[in-house]
Design a protein around this ligand. Structure first.
Ligand code: FAD
Length: 443
């Protein structure tokens, strides 16, 4: 029996069962059949994939928990944020950044670009819709994607042949437990809620975490005359954003075409030493592995310095060891020192939320919510499951995934899905039957 007939039989049987046996009704949830892929997440990765699919004539449906596109950028980032990498490494497929944008576009410019991108490709995500469960049904050979929508949390189940996970590497904030956290009297919040240093003028602020966010938040606090201290628990590579007139990232990419990664790392470290000096003097001890090798092995991104190091050198930003415990107004550190603070900002990063909702442990690891296969093989799983934007290579990596996924689905779509769509439309549904067909994005 071919796939089409099989589907027809199974879904027809379901429809029949539903009428004859109320207990067997799937649930009170609305059910919608989606002819093309369902994409979970309307961040840059989801938008890029939908655009590539649209260009190939494959309709898709984007489900987004927030009320806007690119919610990470719109709702969870600070005002001074610019792209860390030059714009040519951050553009999405099929549409470059406007030529009048600077090399490192501001957050607002990036958002304007994404709005234009969305409109240009006619993308129309379904907002305020959180995917709470997605499971492959071996009987019907369809993904059943359960969502909750709006304040009333109304449930809908989307049925589709392809499921594209685009919920991002940064879906949920990581908030570590620190002893004494409950008794600290000032605010403690994640860097995703930090907008500007304006509120912290003349305040002592402890910033926990020395990744790109922690470093930039500290710099921003300084610019508003706050007194930040930066907790540096681990080793860290800090590199200048530019070297010999080129972006460090661009230069590295170029050198890697010709030289082995260790040699490129040695070059980057030499240049960093010449330009920034010995960072261990300020408590920023470098890891044993070089910056690119470390990124390959662990995914840990080097910090690109945009001025923080100068503030550390001048003493405007203090570097502290790991926190031992918090008290009402102070932090005690493992080296025995103690300091009073008015507020604590946790720049402690993010994690994937895939294990919470995707009932598939084959492709994605339950441990960290990332595909088990390393780049470049982590984008495709079994039964029409795909991942975009999980290769720890930022927006450039997401664009690569989006291209591969859209090509792969295009082949299947051309051979199979049109038949499925024809079948869907010909299914003899009784009036008011609860299986609907999504046609809003069908070309
Ligand atoms: C401060 C900061 C600066 C960065 N700067 C750069 C940079 O300069 N260059 C670069 O290449 N990368 C950068 N990154 C990396 C960043 O991950 C990418 O820029 C980009 O946002 C990744 O896009 P994404 O679509 O994969 O994930 P996201 O942008 O996180 O989008 C995922 C979307 O999925 C939605 N979602 C999550 N769970 C569900 C669910 N269950 N149901 C429905 N919707 C859901 C979210 O609401 C979100 O809108 C930065 C990250 C941060 C935090």
């Amino acid at each position: 029996m071919d796939n089409n007939n099989h589907l027809k039989e199974v879904e027809g049987k379901r429809v029949h069962d539903h009428f004859n046996n109320k207990k067997a009704a799937i649930s009170a949830a609305r059910r919608i059949m989606v002819p093309g892929p369902v994409i979970v997440g309307a961040g840059p990765s989801g938008l890029a994939t939908a655009a590539c699919l649209t260009e190939k004539g494959v309709p898709s449906l984007i489900l987004e928990r927030a009320n806007c596109i690119a919610s990470l950028w719109q709702l969870k980032t600070y005002d001074r944020l610019r792209l860390h990498l030059p714009k040519q490494f951050c553009q999405l497929p099929l549409m470059p950044f406007p030529s009048n944008f600077p090399t490192y576009p501001t957050k607002q410019q990036f958002l304007t670009y994404l709005e234009t991108y969305t409109n240009h490709f006619g993308l129309d995500p379904v907002f305020n819709t959180t995917v709470v469960n997605a499971e492959y049904d071996h009987l019907s050979r369809l993904w059943r994607v359960k969502t909750q929508q709006g304040l009333k949390q109304e449930e809908t189940v989307y049925l589709c042949q392809w499921l594209i996970v685009a919920t991002g590497e940064n879906a949920e904030e990581v908030v570590p437990y620190v002893e004494g956290m409950d008794c600290f009297r000032g605010p403690i919040f994640h860097s995703s809620s930090y907008k500007t240093g304006e509120l912290f003028r003349d305040k002592n602020v402890l910033v926990v975490g020395c990744g790109n966010s922690g470093m930039e938040v500290s710099l921003d606090l300084c610019n508003y005359n706050a007194r930040p201290s930066l907790v540096v628990r681990d080793t860290v590579h800090v590199l200048p954003q530019e070297m010999i007139g080129r972006s460090t990232f661009g230069l590295s990419m170029c050198l890697l075409k010709w030289f082995p990664v260790r040699l490129v790392d040695q070059f980057l470290l030499l240049m960093s030493w010449l330009m920034l000096g010995d960072t261990s003097q300020f408590g920023l001890i470098r890891p044993k592995l070089g910056p690119l090798e470390l990124k390959n092995v662990s995914g840990k991104t080097p910090v690109l310095d945009v001025g923080t190091l100068a503030k550390i050198r001048s003493g405007n930003i203090k570097v502290c060891r790991a926190i031992k415990r918090l008290t009402h107004h102070a932090a005690e550190f493992i080296d025995g020192s103690r300091e009073n603070y008015d507020a604590i900002i946790l720049a402690t990063g993010y994690k994937s939320n895939v294990p919470y909702w995707l009932k598939d442990t084959e492709m994605f690891s339950e441990k960290d919510g990332f595909p088990r296969m390393e780049f470049p093989n982590g984008w495709k799983g079994a039964h029409g499951l795909y991942a975009v934007g999980f290769n720890k290579r930022g927006l450039l990596g997401a664009s690569i995934d989006a291209g591969r996924i859209s090509e792969d689905i295009e082949h299947q779509w051309n051979s199979e899905a049109k038949k499925l769509m024809a079948f869907s439309r010909s299914l003899p549904l009784p009036p008011n039957q609860d299986l609907e067909f999504n046609s809003m994005v069908v070309n």
